[in-house]
Design a protein around this ligand. Structure first.
Ligand code: FPP
Ligand code: MG
Length: 304
C-alpha cells in the first residue's frame, strides 16, 4: 500500500465531503471538532483490497460509523477526553454529541446503500452487533463480572464486529475468500480490545490521550481484573469489589497495579490477546499478505 498517512488524508477528505453533503453548518462545525485516530479499520480494509476509489469511499463510510459509535460511547461513559482532546459531549453537551452521531451514522448508511448487497449486509450487520455489544457492556457494569466468556463475547460484539466487517469487505471488493478474512478480523478485533483493556492499566493518561486506570471505576471488569478476582486472597478480592464502579484515588490505583502485577494478570491478559492474534494469522496464512501480519504485530505492540 502507498504511505498510509497520505491515504488516510484522502479518506478524511471523503468523510468531510459526506458531512458537507448534509448541508448544515452546525453539523460541519461539530464534525470539525472530532479527530479520526489511527483508522485501523481502513488500514485493514485497504491492506486486503488494495487502494481504489470504491475502497476509499467504503473506508470513509466505516470511519463515519466508527466516529458515530465513539460519540455515543463517550456520552454513555460520561467521558470528557477522546484522543488527547476534550470529547464532543464535554464541549457541546450530550444532546449535540448524540445527534451528530446520528447524522454520521445515517449518512454512512445512505452511502452504503450504493454498494452491492453482500457489502451492505456485512457492514449493517456489524453495526447491529456493535450496538448489542455496547448494551452488554452497559449491563455488565451493574455488578463486577467474573465470567471470562461473557467478557470475551462482549469484546467480539462491541469491538471485533466492525473490524471483522472491514476485513470481510476488503475481501468482497477484491474477490478473495471473505470467510478467511472475516475470521482474521474477528480474532484481531478481540485481541485489540484485550490490549486496549491492558493499556488502560499499564499506560499513563498522557500516552493514552484519555484518563488511565478508568475502566474499573467506569464499571468495566476487564480481563486483568477478572484474573485478579480469580487469583487473589479473600481480602484482596473484597477490596477489588469495593473499588468497582467508584472513583479511584492515586494510592488505590497504585495498590491495584501492584496486585495485578503480583498475580500476573496483565502478563496473562497479553498472552490471551496473543492467542487471538495467532488465530487471526492462522486464518489467512495461505493468502500471502504480509501487511496483515504487520497489522497484527503492531496492534499487539502498540502503546495507545
Ligand atoms: C468503545 O468502548 C466503544 C465501542 C467499541 C463501541 C460503541 C458502540 C456504540 C455506542 C453503539 C453505536 C451505535 C450506532 C448505531 C452508531 P470503550 O468505552 O471500552 O473504549 P474507550 O475507552 O475508547 O471509550
Ligand atoms: Mg468508552
Amino acid at each position: 500500500m502507498q504511505d498510509f498517512d497520505k491515504v488516510r488524508e484522502r479518506i478524511v477528505v471523503i468523510m468531510q465531503g459526506f458531512v458537507a453533503d448534509c448541508g448544515n453548518e452546525i453539523v460541519t462545525e461539530l464534525f470539525a471538532k472530532t479527530n479520526q485516530g489511527k483508522m485501523l479499520r481502513s488500514k485493514l480494509l485497504l491492506a486486503v483490497s488494495g487502494v481504489s476509489e470504491e475502497a476509499l469511499k467504503l473506508c470513509a463510510i466505516i470511519e463515519l460509523i466508527q466516529s458515530a459509535s465513539l460519540l455515543h460511547d463517550d456520552v454513555i461513559d460520561n467521558a470528557s477526553t477522546r484522543r488527547k482532546s476534550p470529547s464532543l459531549n464535554a464541549i457541546f453537551g450530550n444532546k449535540n454529541a448524540i445527534m451528530l452521531g446520528d447524522v454520521l451514522y445515517a449518512k454512512a448508511f445512505f452511502e452504503l446503500s450504493t454498494y452491492e448487497q453482500s457489502i451492505a449486509k456485512s457492514v449493517s450487520d456489524s453495526v447491529c452487533r456493535l450496538a448489542v455489544g455496547e448494551i452488554e457492556d452497559v449491563f455488565m457494569a451493574q455488578s463486577f463480572n467474573t465470567n471470562k466468556t461473557r467478557y470475551l463475547q462482549m469484546c467480539e460484539l462491541k469491538t471485533a464486529a466492525l473490524i471483522a466487517a472491514s476485513a470481510e469487505c476488503g475481501a468482497l471488493l477484491s474477490g478473495l475468500d471473505s470467510q478467511k478474512y472475516r475470521s482474521y478480523g474477528n480474532n484481531l478485533g478481540i485481541a485489540f480490545q484485550i490490549i486496549d483493556d491492558v493499556l488502560d492499566i499499564t499506560q499513563s493518561t498522557e500516552v493514552l490521550g484519555k484518563p488511565a486506570m478508568s475502566d474499573l471505576s467506569e464499571g468495566k471488569s476487564t480481563l486483568p481484573y477478572i484474573y485478579l478476582y480469580e487469583r487473589a486472597t479473600r481480602e484482596v478480592r473484597q477490596e477489588l469489589l469495593t473499588l468497582f464502579g467508584t472513583p479511584l484515588c492515586e494510592s488505590k490505583a497504585q495498590w491495584l497495579k501492584e496486585q495485578l502485577n503480583a498475580h500476573h494478570c496483565v502478563q496473562d491478559s497479553i498472552a490471551k490477546a496473543c492467542e487471538y492474534a495467532l488465530s487471526a494469522l492462522d486464518s489467512i496464512q495461505d493468502e500471502g499478505n504480509t501487511q496483515l501480519n504487520e497489522i497484527v504485530q503492531n496492534m499487539i505492540e502498540r502503546e495507545f
